[in-house]
Design a protein around this ligand. Structure first.
Ligand SMILES: [Mg+2]
Length: 236
């Protein structure tokens, strides 16, 4: 077996159920921050947003704690960080089909390490919707974009059917769709009271537009199973 040295991680429904956390950021962008400037021209999105200061990182971390993060995400990220320190993993890639138009993907690439207590540069490469190919109603991820020798790659994803995998090793996980109502979280206290009706209306519209799972995923152990598989694959 070829030795593996690149680990690629999906985000949504794989490491967490981030849809309402992304809504929370959209609300912050609209109602409290003046620092948000969409890029002009062809500036790569991740580069554009990487120096942006996002407000209330602590509010996002506590929202992740409430169940937005998949159970054992902390242990999972810390374990991978350790493999990198030991030289068993050379490169960690975030590869998501989510768009980075509002800097959400860049933000998530900092939020996840912050939540897990590892360095902010945990991810070496960030790839988002711009790096996918839209075909047959799906955004396909092409792993040869990361390395021509795809046999060195291991990818963890809940939608393995959307990966153009070549010779990579794919670890599929079940979908994690824990819903945590934004209003159960105290983030709204950080927003000026005069904006509350608008914010509540935004949340209501979102709730009516997107169906949210009612399943309780709190006993999910998928990430522990993935740790066992990574242990085998990166044991060299
Ligand atoms: Mg996914």
């Amino acid at each position: 077996m070829t030795s593996k040295d690149i680990l690629v991680l999906d985000n949504d429904e794989c490491l967490g159920s981030f849809a309402t956390a992304s809504l929370m950021m959209t609300i912050y962008i609209h109602y409290i921050t003046n620092e948000f400037n969409p890029p002009r021209g062809d500036c790569p999105l991740h580069e554009h947003y990487s120096n942006m200061v996002y407000p209330y990182m602590d509010k996002f971390v506590s929202y992740l704690e409430k169940g937005i993060a998949r159970p054992y995400l902390k242990e999972f990220i810390q374990y991978i960080h350790q493999l990198k320190l030991e030289g068993k993993i050379k490169k960690i890639v975030m590869y998501t089909a989510a768009p980075n138009n509002y800097g959400w993907v860049t933000f998530l690439s900092k939020l996840i390490p912050t939540y897990a207590g590892v360095p902010l540069d945990f991810y070496d490469v960030i790839l988002s919707r711009n790096h996918t190919v839209f075909r047959r109603n799906a955004y396909l991820k092409s792993l040869s974009m990361i390395d021509v020798d795809t046999s060195k790659i291991v990818m963890v994803d809940d939608s393995p059917q959307n990966i153009v995998q070549c010779n990579a090793t794919i670890i599929p996980v079940t979908k994690y769709q824990q819903h945590v109502d934004l209003l159960e979280h105290d983030f709204i206290e950080t927003i000026k009271e005069s904006y509350h009706p608008l914010v509540l209306n935004t949340i209501k519209t979102d709730t009516e537009t997107y169906s949210r799972s009612e399943i309780d995923y709190s006993s999910d152990t998928e990430l522990l199973l993935v740790i066992c598989q990574l242990d085998q694959l990166f044991s060299h």
